[in-house]
Design a protein around this ligand. Sequence first.
Ligand SMILES: *[C@@H]1O[C@H](CO)[C@@H](O)[C@H](O)[C@H]1NC(C)=O
Ligand SMILES: *[C@@H]1O[C@H](CO)[C@@H](O)[C@H](O)[C@H]1NC(C)=O
Ligand SMILES: *[C@@H]1O[C@H](CO)[C@@H](O)[C@H](O)[C@H]1NC(C)=O
Ligand SMILES: *[C@@H]1O[C@H](CO)[C@@H](O)[C@H](O)[C@H]1NC(C)=O
Length: 467
Amino acid sequence: MLLLLSPSFPKLIILHLLLFSLNFISSISAITMDNFEKEALLSIMDSMSPDRHWRSYSNEDPCNPSSSWPGLECKPGLDNHFHVTKLVFGTHPNPTCRSSATFPSQIFTLPFLQSIHFLNCFKTKKTTLFLPHSNFSSLQQLSLRANPALIGPIPPHIFSLESLQILTLSQNNLQGEIPEAISALSSLIHLDLSYNALTGKIPVQMGKLSSLVDLDLSYNSLIGPIPTSIGEMVMLQKLDLSSNSLTGSIPLSFKNLKLLIFLALSDNRLSGYPRPPNGLTNLQSLQYLFMDGNPMFVPLPPELGRLRRLQELKLANSGYSGRIPGSFTWLKNLTALSLENNHLSGEIPSGLGGLSRIYHLNLSRNLLDGVVPFNAEFLSRLGRNLDLSGNSGLCFNGSSNVFRESFDGVGVCESRPSSSSSTSNVFQPLESSSVASPSSRYHSTQILHWVLGFLSFSAIYLCICLI
Ligand SMILES: *[C@@H]1O[C@H](CO)[C@@H](O)[C@H](O)[C@H]1NC(C)=O
Ligand SMILES: *[C@@H]1O[C@H](CO)[C@@H](O)[C@H](O)[C@H]1NC(C)=O
Ligand SMILES: *[C@@H]1O[C@H](CO)[C@@H](O)[C@H](O)[C@H]1NC(C)=O
Ligand SMILES: *[C@@H]1O[C@H](CO)[C@@H](O)[C@H](O)[C@H]1NC(C)=O
């Protein structure tokens, strides 16, 4: 379009292009579907979706660009036929699923299929994942998400989908172990098995998935140690193993994950950092580190202060003892820090009050003491997103005259007498004015993270579609 608008673009070439594309369009509308594929498609549609009487629509060729078939994408092949390349079920405007729908094994009779999506589809009648036994190399994307009646194991012959780049099996009721054979899917970029009932250990062989950018095994019942081989997935940008029952320590091999942006290991039974912990300082791309809810019972590693890109750091509920390392005040981009419910003692490092982007700070339920080193600007910025409660040794500096009233369970230091009711209104506006703004800031920042995340994933998808 831009080219056409450009005045310098020779008119003859424009004409040529127009004629060419008209020619192309008319030749496309002349070609039809292969009969065998058309029949397979109709039988899949009839068994899956009650939305239409699909066969009565088949007078028009479903793949014809002028047809209005939802959830279907076709591409012309070298054989001068249209071929089904993508099927999507379960969400508007795509076909909705019958309540009795089960996984349609005929789907693998469509030889050019590149992309399959079932979202919120198999809901009542129990069904299992059927995969072809012989190589099915056209499929690049298999996404089965939020299907509560999809049960049973991930079949070991998953390796037959040898060209798979995206495998999403999240929020189903899949059981059993992750098959070792998954490691044969050497083109995988995105693997999401989260929110299922998978058991057993993470297969060591998974380290062979050296193209993986995104690995999510969260919310399953996986046990055993995190395999050292995960450190071989050097392309990883997102690794989420949270909410399992993983044991042992973080493997030292994680130091190889230099592109990692998001690491979540929360709510497991992990009990240690790699030895030496400075291996972690290699993770120089890391922006999100979530490790709360693990029985660490060690001092907080000061090395974490060298992860300069960190934006969110969650280390709550993990038995950490000792002081909050002064190095945490080097994390200038930090927006959220959760250290609640540990055994942290000593004073709060005064530099934390200088972190200009922070909007959420939870230090509650520790053994911290001394004067709270935050000024009025900091306190009003964080408002209710600051939680210092449950630290009996903490107090506010009464001489600075800002904190006459107790703040969220923290009193004024003893050198000054406790507040009287007449001074309480000095503090009141501060607290109430800070209620709305920091939380809306929290939300808008969350939304921004979301949008950025979405954009980067769309970019990955786009690349994949172009391949
Ligand atoms: C099927 O895939 C496997 C694993 O990728 C490969 O070793 C084998 O050669 C393939 N077979 C055929 C017939 O393409
Ligand atoms: C901190 O954030 C800013 C803005 O998002 C970014 O430009 C800068 O590179 C970040 N600093 C580090 C050390 O990541
Ligand atoms: C801080 O953590 C405690 C748990 O110890 C939780 O109850 C509280 O809601 C959290 N506060 C904020 C502001 O998130
Ligand atoms: C308390 O505040 C006063 C006035 O701002 C200051 O002079 C004093 O050093 C502070 N004391 C502590 C322990 O921070």
